[in-house]
Write a protein of this length. Sequence first.
Length: 211
Amino acid sequence: MSSCCSNDTCSSTSAARSQGATLKVVLGINAAMFVVELTAGLLAGSSALLADSLDMFGDALVYGFSLYAVGRSMRLRAVAALLKGAIMAVFGVAVLVHTLVQASLGGLPAAPAMGAVGTLALAANLICLWLLTRHRSDDINMRSVWLCSRNDVAANAGVLVAAAAVWLLQSPWPDLLVGLAIAGLFLRSAGEVLLSALHQIRRPTGETGVG
């Protein structure tokens, strides 16, 4: 009796299952941390924490799109990446606007809360990055997810720096500046993902490759 599938088909199915399992885990982590950081950001009055919570929410949506795209056609995966890039751009603009509004209102955020929640978020995102690193070269879908996770780690580090600076200087400006930096990171990554997705969509049907 012949095998039920070719080596390539079996390998593709196994890869899709592995990607799906990883995405479910990181989706759950980001959804939980969104709630934690949003609550803490509102209570602490921190633009950096609120920006990071929006990042978590955006990533949860991104991982949901990615989970849907796993195992589907290259074109559909590129379209999913295009949607993710658009979401990242929208959140980047939202964080930018929020930070500018917060700057006009003033007020000193609670540095200890920023530090504690920022540390928890950093640990969560390091776990996500570690889980996703082995899949970053699989295809454009998984690469865009890995980029989101990498950005999260950078954003979390920024929150911790902002917390220390707010406590030392007794000024809200470090928090606001980190909020602006996170917004810029969102927009830069959104541009990278959008360009890669558009390039993939325009490829001839027979071509493959990772963006």
